[in-house]
Design a protein around this ligand. Structure first.
Ligand code: AMP
Ligand code: SF4
Length: 455
């Protein structure tokens, strides 16, 4: 099974002086969505598309000379997340594709669930693929349509064949297109940037560029941004509103707003509700920096318990998930986090984390707090029990790797060595978001789409 789960960030800029330099800044605000590699494709004034991409962080991949070469007022950019079975450089985006309809560039965030059947079909038609990426597949579908249909029709017809999660930016013939799957799994926002426009996976990138938020790209919508401004089309009449709960819980930056709900506010509310559902006898509350900071504030405030810095993070160590082997992952946690002995010694500590996936992090944290002299360690998770794999672009490994899929809460508590372990209820998750619908499949196993070959 080609299990390329692309947790990524996308960005598109239309009608701005030195667009690629702005994209360079905007992509750095999306860096938390992907650190494996990045790229920018820009349309020059002569209409040609130039591309630069590479492995590593945005600040390291682009030199001043690279940005100089990427001239023009329109560009798209991408950051890509490192996952365990990623393939190589060929999967870095954007992709530039030459087709019957002309040359275009495309970058994509999400995971398409019917990818295998479409790929097999295209291969029987003679299509050759250079990567294992869903985005290239999307590109082939767009490019195979006849030129006379026009890009809007081509993109709509391609989007209709795909099921699953995609937030895609496309640049063709001097127009920027942005489209979002009909379920609305991942965020994509539109902003005004001087005389031009910007689309980005998260509003934190709009803020960084000084753009004014206009609205979110709707589920099932295709926007075309050209000389006449923003035009809206639909590739599907269905509007799912199944925003990925993990975007709110873990993935997005706290200063982003997702479909009208601030991520920090959401997380703080989950902390408050977690206290209401599970008050524990703690002397201090600590977060696991930084992803559970907002939830820890909410828990501490609700319980009137001092919020302390029980753990600190070494900022210069990458996220543990990038270590493919379990042994490396365990060393990774120790390198990344350290207990503050003077704070935790002799105390009953409530540790707030956003999620438990494999259990590695929690187990190590409990052990390091005990070694540092904590009297009790209570682990409180600001999301429900993660027990089902994601097929929509958040990579957390297979079902067997998820400790919640095969262990009860009591068993997990024992495994991580905590005095108690508590999860947030699904009801509280919805209450915190103020929404009636979300994707919560990794907690409930109720997937919003068919799963095709993944079944
Ligand atoms: P684990 O050690 O496998 O239980 O991982 C749990 C930690 O990973 C939590 O502290 C989360 O902050 C973080 N996390 C949750 N989901 C993801 C994800 N999709 N990718 C990377 N890290 C994650
Ligand atoms: Fe997000 Fe979980 Fe749904 Fe995947 S299954 S899109 S991680 S909520």
């Amino acid at each position: 099974m080609k299990e390329i789960h692309e947790e990524c960030g996308v960005l598109g800029i239309y009608g701005a002086e030195q667009a690629s330099r702005l994209a360079f800044l905007g992509l750095q605000s999306l860096q938390h969505r992907g650190q494996q590699g990045c790229g920018i494709a820009a349309t020059g004034d002569d209409g040609s598309i130039r591309l630069h991409k590479g492995a590593g962080l945005v600040k390291d991949v682009f030199s001043g000379a690279d940005l100089e070469r990427l001239q023009g007022r329109i560009c798209i950019g991408h950051v890509r997340y490192p996952t365990t079975n990623v393939g190589g450089m060929e999967n870095l985006q954007p992709f530039c594709i030459s087709s019957k309809a002309g040359r275009f560039a495309l970058a994509h965030n999400g995971n398409i669930v019917n990818v295998d059947s479409i790929r097999a079909h295209l291969e029987t038609l003679g299509h050759l693929f250079h990567s294992t990426s869903d985005s290239e597949l999307f590109g082939h579908l767009i490019g195979m349509e006849h030129v006379s249909n026009g890009w809007v029709a081509n993109i709509i017809s391609a989007a209709r064949r795909l099921d699953g999660a995609f937030c895609t930016v496309i640049m063709a013939d001097g127009v920027l297109y942005a489209c979002r799957d009909k379920y609305g799994f991942h965020p994509l926002s539109l902003g005004k940037l001087g005389e031009g426009y910007v689309v980005a996976s998260e509003t934190c990138a709009l803020n960084a560029l000084g753009a004014e938020f206009i609205r979110d790209v709707e589920p099932g919508e295709l926007v075309a941004i050209g000389p006449g401004g923003v035009e809206s089309y639909r590739h599907s009449q269905f509007v799912g509103r199944r925003m990925c709960a993990m975007e709110y819980i873990y993935f997005a930056r706290p200063d982003s707003d997702i479909e009208g709900c601030g991520v920090h506010i959401f997380r703080k509310r989950t902390g408050k509700l977690l206290y209401e559902e599970h008050p524990v006898p703690a002397d201090i509350v600590t977060c696991v920096p930084e992803s559970s900071q907002s939830a820890a504030i909410g828990y501490a405030e609700a319980g009137r318990i001092p919020l302390e810095m029980g753990l600190i993070k070494n900022m210069y160590v990458a996220r543990t998930f990038i270590q493919p082997a379990q042994s490396m992952r365990e060393i990774g946690v120790k390198m990344k986090l350290s207990p503050v002995r003077s704070v935790v010694r002799g105390k009953s500590v409530a540790v707030i984390d956003d999620s438990i996936v494999r259990g590695t992090t929690s187990r190590q944290i409990v052990q390091m707090l005990r070694d540092a002299g904590a009297r009790e360690v209570h682990m409180l998770i600001a999301s429900p029990k993660y027990a089902w794999p994601c097929f929509y672009g958040i990579d957390t490994g297979s079902k067997e790797q998820l400790i919640g899929s095969s262990h009860t809460t009591e068993e997990i508590c024992k495994f991580i060595g905590a005095d108690s372990l508590h999860y947030l209820s699904e009801k509280a998750l919805f209450a915190a978001s103020g929404r009636e619908s979300l994707c919560t499949a990794c907690f409930s196993g109720k997937y919003p789409t068919e799963l095709y070959d993944h079944e």
